[in-house]
Write a protein that binds this ligand. Structure first.
Ligand SMILES: NC(=O)c1ccc[n+]([C@@H]2O[C@H](COP(=O)([O-])OP(=O)(O)OC[C@H]3O[C@@H](n4cnc5c(N)ncnc54)[C@H](O)[C@@H]3O)[C@@H](O)[C@H]2O)c1
Length: 283
């Protein structure tokens, strides 16, 4: 299948390079396809020569040839919430240049965003298909997911998405786009939640004079809990957990007029640990 990938950062490069052995890839990133050379994606590539298999285009109109357009653009969190303007602008350009197409949003977007795009641009068939990779191992995480989520309403688009992922051996969950967007936030923020929880438990263990390392090791042996995030004493960081936790809290408070008490506590605890870590560094 001929597929286009828009935005060649962590998610886009992993998607394009991960699919390249089974599909023809068109790459569109006017700003920095060369940035590929500086990120972990390359570390995982078997050979640089593989990159020549990818056709790079510089005009949105050239995406017309693709059966699927994967959108992997940034969605930073700002003081006004989650900024989806990179995607807005791309869709505006696509709307001017293409008559139809299957557009799969891989970016993390607030619940309801893709549904709104579908209503605004009915000539395209939209799906949401979140990514769960880690930046340290992006391509192998893309190729070995725990599950693939396909969110949308158009049967033809869903069929195409199932087809493009047919070599992936994992559960594939088909749902609506808003549920798909919720799945991404619920997963990421659970990890932030777990880290803040164990940071608090570690602090309490230290106060009571318990062996916090032993506590973690023993707790992690419970298969329902596992090892991720239980070892404590470092705030959550990286480019996704803080951004998505903050962005989702903003969305819930401002768009839904609901107070996410637990999520705010998760962030609050993290802020305290961040501040303590900074003070520790100054010593
Ligand atoms: N980094 C992660 O670990 C990760 C994991 C899962 C999901 N996500 C989500 O995926 C999305 C993308 O994240 P990322 O980390 O890959 O971002 P990134 O910043 O690494 O890459 C984004 C790319 O988009 C390009 N770009 C910007 N404007 C463009 C335009 N108009 N047309 C084409 N290309 C353009 C940039 O040049 C850049 O190469 C975000 O929503 C993020 O939250 C990220």
């Amino acid at each position: 299948m001929k597929i286009a990938v828009v935005g060649w950062g962590y998610v886009g490069a992993s998607t394009g390079l991960g699919f390249k052995d089974h599909h023809e890839i068109i790459a569109y990133d006017p700003y920095k396809l060369t940035a590929l050379y500086s990120i972990n994606v390359l570390r995982e590539l078997p050979a640089m020569s593989e990159l020549v298999k990818i056709q790079q285009v510089y005009d949105v109109a050239d995406l017309r040839e693709a059966e699927i357009i994967f959108v992997c653009l940034p969605t930073p969190t700002t003081e006004n919430g989650v900024d989806v303007s990179y995607i807005d602008k791309l869709l505006d350009d696509l709307n001017k240049s293409l008559d139809k197409g299957v557009v799969i949003i891989r970016s993390t977007t607030p619940p309801g965003t893709v549904k709104k795009y579908q209503e605004k641009y009915p000539k395209f068939q939209f799906l949401h298909n979140p990514e769960f990779l880690r930046e340290r191992t992006p391509v192998s995480d893309f190729l070995n997911p725990d599950r693939i989520i396909i969110g949308g309403a158009h049967e033809d688009a869903i069929k195409k998405a199932m087809d493009v992922y047919k070599t992936f051996d994992c559960p594939k969950i088909v749902t609506d786009s808003t549920t798909s967007e919720m799945i991404k936030y619920a997963s990421n923020i659970f990890l932030a939640n777990k880290i803040s929880y164990f940071n608090e438990m570690h602090k309490i263990a230290q106060i009571v004079g318990a062996d916090s390392k032993k506590m973690s090791e023993a707790v992690a042996l419970d298969r329902r809990i596992g090892h991720y995030g239980v070892y404590g004493s470092r705030p959550y960081g990286g480019s996704c957990l803080p951004k998505d936790t903050d962005g989702f809290i903003y969305f819930v408070e401002n768009n839904l007029k609901h107070t996410p008490h637990l999520l705010k506590a998760v962030k609050h605890i993290n802020d305290i640990f961040k501040q303590e870590a900074e003070e520790e560094k100054k010593k």
